[in-house]
Design a protein around this ligand. Structure first.
Ligand code: GP0
Length: 834
């Protein structure tokens, strides 16, 4: 029934547009409107999803206003635009993030409440776009947030996978994969730009001829042409108008295709080819830091790179600029080598489609791209079998040969013809089969090369890329990773956010160094109490979730000891489990032993084809079954494997952590970013001197960090001297007992076959030096146990961890990229006058 409008409401309705207004009343109206006009429902029959959609569209309207204003602003004057090329974006749910960045979280909470629904309930309805595997994809998402927040014109380019990273379920302790059909209920955050599409050629052969001007030319006769259609998602900055674009490509069959074949009478062929085209953007490869060399993966990489470059060239030319000035419009960042084929594609477009000569084309190309390396693991360095590469990209192979010829001509002189150096620098690898080295292509074709943490960059210069470093030292720099405090503090830990802001204001959300203002409260008993109260509340929340998801009861007063990340041998979740077993054995030997109760939380996905990683998950669950149910333990230890680790779940886990496990073999983790998120949320770190741990420890102070293990140098030395894990096993009673239990079936109903492969790999190979680090790890964990008993000291260390994490905002990382690599400035966007 109509209850009439009071004067205030009349005012608001008059000045506030239903599609742009930010007050409670207009938001309420907008939601009701969308429910009716978009979802075609009235409140009594509306489902939770209807309400979610109605709210999402209300929020999107408000973002659209800023999006359009941003585009207008960018076109008013000439600005250099950052173009981020990434095969992965692990965005996480949009709704709550957009509410925070728009600054209307509270208002929306009130509006939904007045409509009789809970905002949390709607937020939880969103299926997150899991278009990435782990750290690398999540970094791209944090960087998009920071670019917009810093008001830097930027476009993110990638693939609109129809199926993102698989959903993980745990059955009988094993990982089971299910497809991630994230688009099932529609996606209110994207706008399909049907008119924005490009053709991409694949396969086929080359025809060589001499043109009228006597120029030698290659004509590419493709086997197949696919069409890439743009799907745009707005990326709004925090409390600014700047709204950048994430443009993801979906593959389709060109319209002409089925026609041609149909006319030729081959209907089945036409249908088949249509499926081949649509398959290109069907699914994200679920491998993290391993290449699997599949043809479809190369096709995906080329597909999105080609669409993106064609799009950028179009934008550049429409501004009335000359093709040879492309680099003045775009700076293109390659997120690892996944998009590195862009260097060859840029050359092809400039040579074959825009008629530039080689040297002009190369000048443009080599001033356009910059390359970020994310790993030193040899198994992750992309190499493409040459014949496979040729079968997909014959023209690009020809171009790569020519880049290589010119490059090697130039460097042969500089390396005094040293054949070993030339072999290492060459873009082509020789072996039983020839292959293309994508990292080398990226290094030769880029004007800047960076690692993602100080140690990582140093190791890059000394190992994998040392010959390139010798050639081009000026290209190299370090850009330590960062994470966005908007999602990883404000959104996921509102209580902590409120507490922090009550002391130091809310400037820290954009200027994270301001967290240092908390230092002066680190010894304040009242503040310590409030701080630990928030932590306890977050632990209670997580405990509830754990109970719901796994059925395990955990004690919120126990220490939450957390390791959440992809499952990988180098990340050493099994070292953590060896500690669990060790504590368990100490209890069994002396049931009255005084130890701090702990809840061990593990979460993470294993690549479906990575046998040992899957076995590690099984081991965690098997140990959990025994430990969690042994009456001698008296609930002092609990082991939880939280299924389906993703952004949504991570947001619930980080705020509840007391201890953050960052225990990779030194020299293996490029940076780590979970380490930053946990420490920002007040967790103390137990870790090796690896990746960004080194810098985190420097910032928080060594007295606030639990360090153990070999250094990267020591790891290298031990390996070169011949490492013998079996010796460590024989000489360490606790380690030996734990290993013997695993292999004899103590944790697997006396089945001594289940963990055979894992045990064998540890006893006789142990590439990642678990046994060499075991004793040091256990002793360090004993120190953690002692430290946790001193509540006052722990609270202080926790506060200092957060207070000293200012450096690890992705805003700082992005600022460094902008200044040192991209040479771009911020362009504030105003709503008035647009
Ligand atoms: C690195 F090479 N990373 C790769 C890869 O294929 N996938 C991936 O996620 C990660 C690193 O392992 C990292 O150390 C790093 O911080 C992240 O890339 C972003 O630079 C995990 O946190």
């Amino acid at each position: 029934e109509d209850r009439g409008l009071d004067q205030n409401e009349v005012q608001n309705v008059l000045v506030e547009d239903a599609r742009t207004g930010l007050t409670v009343e207009t938001l309420k109206k907008a939601i009701q409107n969308n429910l009716f006009y978009v979802q075609g429902k009235y409140p009594e029959i509306a489902t939770r999803n209807d309400y979610y959609m109605a709210l999402a569209y209300a929020v999107r309207d408000r973002i659209l206003q800023r999006w359009v204003a941003s585009v207008k602003q960018y076109l008013q004057e000439k600005h250099r635009i950052v173009s981020y090329l990434s095969a992965e974006y692990l965005l996480g749910p949009h709704l709550a993030n957009n509410l925070i960045n728009l600054g209307i979280y509270k208002e929306t909470e009130q509006a939904t409440k007045e409509l009789g629904i809970s905002l949390d309930w709607l937020i939880e309805k969103e299926v997150e776009p899991g278009l990435g595997n782990g750290g690398l994809g999540r970094l791209a998402a944090c960087y998009m947030d920071s670019l917009a927040t810093l008001e830097v014109p930027a476009i993110g380019y990638g693939i609109r996978y129809q199926f993102g990273i698989f959903e993980q379920d745990i059955r009988d302790g094993w990982q089971v994969e299910d497809t991630d059909n994230w688009l099932r209920r529609g996606n209110p955050w994207e706008i399909a730009r049907r008119e924005l599409s490009y053709d991409v050629k694949l396969g086929g052969y080359l025809q060589h001829y001499t043109d009228r001007d006597g120029k030698f030319r290659s004509k590419w006769i493709p086997e197949l042409t696919v069409k890439g259609v743009a799907y745009d998602t707005p990326i709004l900055g925090y409390k600014v108008n700047t709204t950048n674009t994430l443009r993801l490509w979906k593959s389709e069959a060109p319209r002409s295709f089925d026609f041609q074949s149909f006319n030729a009478g081959d209907y089945n062929f036409a249908v088949n080819q249509k499926i081949v085209c649509e398959n290109l953007s069907k699914v994200l490869y679920p491998n993290d830091e391993t290449l699997n060399g599949k043809k479809l993966r190369l096709q995906q990489q080329y597909f999105f790179v080609s669409c993106s470059l064609q799009d950028m060239i179009g934008i550049h030319l429409r501004q009335g600029e000359k093709i040879e000035d492309f680099q003045s419009t775009f700076s293109v960042q390659l997120n690892d080598t996944h998009p590195a084929v862009a260097i060859a594609e840029m050359m092809r477009l400039l040579l074959d489609e825009h008629d530039l000569d080689w040297s002009t084309a190369w000048r443009v190309t080599s001033r356009t791209f910059a390359y970020t390396n994310h790993t030193l693991l040899p198994e992750a360095l992309e190499k493409w079998d040459l014949e496979l590469f040729q079968s997909v990209l014959p023209r690009h192979l020809e171009i790569i040969y020519e880049i290589n010829r010119r490059f090697l001509d130039e460097v042969t002189v500089r390396v005094y013809g040293d054949p070993e150096k030339i072999r290492s620098l060459s873009l082509i690898g020789e072996g039983p089969r020839k292959y293309i080295k994508m990292a080398n292509l990226a290094c030769v074709g880029s004007y800047a090369i960076n690692g993602v943490a100080a140690l990582h960059t140093e190791l890059l210069k000394k190992t994998v890329l040392k010959d390139f470093y010798a050639l081009y030292p000026e290209k190299f720099s370090n850009k330590t990773n960062g994470v966005t405090p908007r999602r990883w503090m404000v959104l996921s830990n509102p209580k902590l956010t409120e507490l922090i802001s009550s002391k130091i204001g809310d400037g820290w959300i954009k200027h994270l160094e301001e967290l240092s203002g908390l230092e002066k409260f680190a010894d304040d008993p009242d503040f310590q109490k409030q701080w630990m109260d928030v932590k306890l509340e977050m632990k209670k929340n997580l405990a509830r979730k754990i109970k719901n998801r796994t059925g395990i009861d955990v004690n919120p007063e126990s220490m939450f000891d957390i390791q959440v990340k992809r499952i990988h041998e180098y990340k050493r979740q099994h070292l953590n489990i060896l500690h669990v077993i060790t504590l368990y054995n100490r209890i069994k030997q002396n049931p009255e032993i005084d130890i701090v109760p702990r809840t061990f939380v593990f979460a993470g996905k294993a690549a479906p084809g990575y046998k040992l990683a899957k076995l590690m998950i099984k081991l965690i669950n098997s140990v959990g079954d025994i430990v969690n149910n042994d009456p001698d333990v008296k609930d002092r230890l609990k082991v939880v494997f939280y299924p389906n680790y993703n952004v949504t779940n991570a947001q619930k886990i980080y705020p509840a952590a007391d201890l953050s496990e960052q225990i990779s073999t030194a020299g293996k983790e490029a940076s780590g970013t979970g380490n930053m998120k946990l420490s920002m949320n007040g967790a103390l770190t137990i870790g090796t001197l690896d990746g960004a741990n080194v810098e985190i420890r420097e910032c928080v102070g060594e007295e606030n960090f639990f360090l153990f293990g070999l250094t990267a140098e020591e790891v290298a030395r031990i390996k070169s001297e011949g490492y013998n894990p079996y010796g460590y096993y024989q000489n360490n009673a606790e380690l030996k007992l734990a290993m013997d239990q695993i292999s004899s079936g103590y944790f697997s109903h006396l089945d001594d076959t289940v963990f055979k492969d894992l045990v064998k790999s540890l006893l006789y190979d142990d590439q990642f030096l678990l046994f060499a680090d075991y004793q040091s790890y256990i002793e360090c964990q004993d120190k953690v146990d002692v430290a946790y008993r001193d509540k006052v000291k722990w609270a202080k260390m926790s506060i200092l961890n957060t207070a000293r994490m200012g450096k690890f905002s992705s805003d700082r990382s992005i600022q460094e990229y902008c200044e040192d690599i991209w040479k771009v400035k911020s362009v504030p966007v105003s709503l008035n006058g647009n």
